[in-house]
Write a protein that binds this ligand. Structure first.
Ligand code: SAH
Length: 521
């Protein structure tokens, strides 16, 4: 084998369509023309596409080739020759090293346009909808008023830096080295106060951070949650042991922070990447914090231009709110403000008048179910995680909501068994049509909010058999959404409305809510 062939085999050298050759580490000039779904800029060099992290559409760059495949490659920005008009100054200096934010350098309006395009492209490419069909049903993306400081939950690992100091921060990409940061710009400012208190408590009391290579040391993680409406703060220290020495000292320091409501210790002595262990003990305050999710108005004035945040008159707060008790282990939406907009849209799309029978599949702690219950006859929520169903039942009680029932199980199994009437026997109170609130076998509305992999095929099949008037699909992955919408549309439904909602500014993630209605025969 000659050298050329060897290099080609190891993908260190590639011949382009134009016939010239490229090597790893070559410097090339690129004009970024598109973005990948993961937020990398895409530019072409001699007919070959290169994916470049931290480059954005409109940039003219000099880039170093880092990897070559047969028909495409990867490169790293060496120099920005001409900056795109969509560039902005990122607030976090560490945004390139941290895996959390992929597109912080992109102006927020451009981020919104990128996310809207991602949903549209997926519907067309993966869902097989025509451009005209999509244009007719797609409404402008719902942006955030402020794409920073929106997360109500943070989990900081505690470790040792190269000089041996105890630090809090995040893991560098593809490693477990901790880069010290106490103020992630997506999280609330209170996080920093909490971390400073924990670090000075550890220094004063000579408490060692956990070291995952030796399995020694005590403090592993600090979990912080913040109630956006109540301003209550929860701190949970995850430790490699059963008890915390001088816990009263930590409590005294944390209690200096305004809003402190709940302090607990979680014991995790396993050698694992899972953050929380099984046992949590509250050492001060209540074992939970309370927060509210408000219903917001929908259907106000919509913005005309893609990528522009919604008009402030849309999504105004209403007086309807659901209260939640959130414990360290509970699942709870991390961006409560955008969650309100997303779920208010889902409720609006459901078109309820007070008597409908509704299924809420993949219901989690029942956030959507409890909103639906206020406007429906009866709601059944289905969720696979038993603890989430416990939380959902408690949340229903906390809010005096009685027309909702929660069922543990896989959506595809519970729904299918119910449809085949097996559940009527096992769970008499879930008998079809019980209570006269409507027929759950042929409900008016089915809402689904599945994880990234989308709905199980069996679940979609049973939904089609149940023939609800409307289906509301809330999705966190528009690729699987497009696949599932195709199945539902081929099964007799029509796509009526689609709207993207940005829950995670500065990242490439985007949520989507869709309305389908049964085609008239
Ligand atoms: N609507 C929920 C959040 C949905 S997130 C809320 O408001 O809280 C998706 C949920 O689907 C998760 O809670 C996950 O545990 C659940 N899930 C995953 N696979 C499932 C399945 N096969 N059947 C039912 N629920 C499932």
């Amino acid at each position: 084998m000659d050298l050329d062939e060897q290099l080609r085999k190891t993908r260190l050298l590639v011949f382009t369509m134009e016939g010239s050759c490229m090597l790893k580490n070559d410097i090339i000039e690129l004009v970024i023309e598109d973005m990948s779904v993961n937020g990398e800029g895409i530019g072409k060099h001699e007919g070959m596409a290169f994916f470049v992290k931290d480059a954005i559409v409109g940039d003219k760059i000099r880039a170093r080739i880092t990897k070559l495949k047969k028909t495409y490659g990867y490169a790293r920005v060496e120099e920005i020759v001409e900056a795109s008009a969509d560039r902005t100054v990122p607030r976090c200096e560490l945004h390139k090293r941290c895996g959390g934010c992929q597109i912080q350098a992109m102006d927020y309006r451009a981020q919104l346009a990128f996310k809207e395009k991602k949903v549209r492209d997926n519907l067309i490419r993966l869902g097989g909808f025509s451009e005209e069909e999509v244009a007719a049903v797609m409404e402008p993306i719902v942006g955030m008023d402020e794409p920073y400081r929106y997360r109500n939950k943070a989990q900081f690992p505690i470790g040792t830096d190269k000089e041996g100091n105890t630090v809090a921060g995040f893991y560098a990409a593809r490693s477990h080295d901790i880069i010290p940061v106490t103020d992630c710009k997506l999280g609330v400012e209170q996080n920093e106060l909490v971390l400073k208190a924990v670090l000075s408590y550890m220094k004063e009391c000579n408490i060692r951070p956990y070291d995952e290579t030796t399995g020694k040391g005590l403090v592993r993680h600090v979990l912080i949650r913040y109630g956006f409406t109540t301003k209550e703060i929860m701190v949970c220290l995850v430790i490699n042991g059963k008890s915390l020495p001088a816990a009263d000292k930590l409590v005294a320091m944390l209690c200096e922070i305004e809003g402190m409501q709940s302090i607990s210790i979680n014991s995790n002595t396993k050698n694992t990447n899972v953050i929380l262990g099984d046992v949590t003990k509250c050492i001060w305050g209540t074992p939970y914090i309370t927060d509210y999710i408000h219903l917001r108005t929908c259907g106000g004035k919509m913005p005309q231009e893609a990528g522009v945040a919604a008009d402030a008159t849309e999504f105004a707060l209403t007086n309807t709110a659901i209260a939640y008790h959130i414990s360290p282990q509970s699942f709870y939406q991390v961006n409560p403000v955008q969650t309100e907009k997303l779920y208010s849209l889902a409720l609006d799309y459901a078109g309820l008048t007070g008597k409908e029978a509704v299924w809420d599949l993949y219901c989690g702690i029942g956030t959507i179910s409890l909103f639906l219950a206020g406007k429906a006859g009866k709601v059944y929520g289905v969720e696979i995680v038993p603890q989430a169903i416990e939380d959902a039942k408690n949340n229903a009680k906390l809010n005096d909501i009685t027309n909702v029932q929660f069922i543990v199980g896989k959506a595809e199994e519970v729904l299918t068994k119910f449809y085949e009437k097996n559940l009527t026997h096992a769970m008499p109170d879930l008998a079809a049509g019980s209570g006269g609130e409507g027929d759950m076998l042929h409900p008016d509305v089915i809402v689904v909010d599945p994880p990234r992999k989308g709905c199980d095929e069996k679940c979609l099949e049973t939904m089609l058999k149940m023939q609800p008037e409307r289906i509301v699909y809330v999705s966190c992955d528009s690729a699987t959404l497009a696949r599932d919408l195709r199945i539902l549309c081929d099964g007799g439904y029509e796509l009526k409305r689609v709207r993207a909602v940005d829950q995670f500014g500065n990242t490439t993630h985007v949520e989507t809510v869709c309305l389908l209605s049964k085609k008239s025969q």
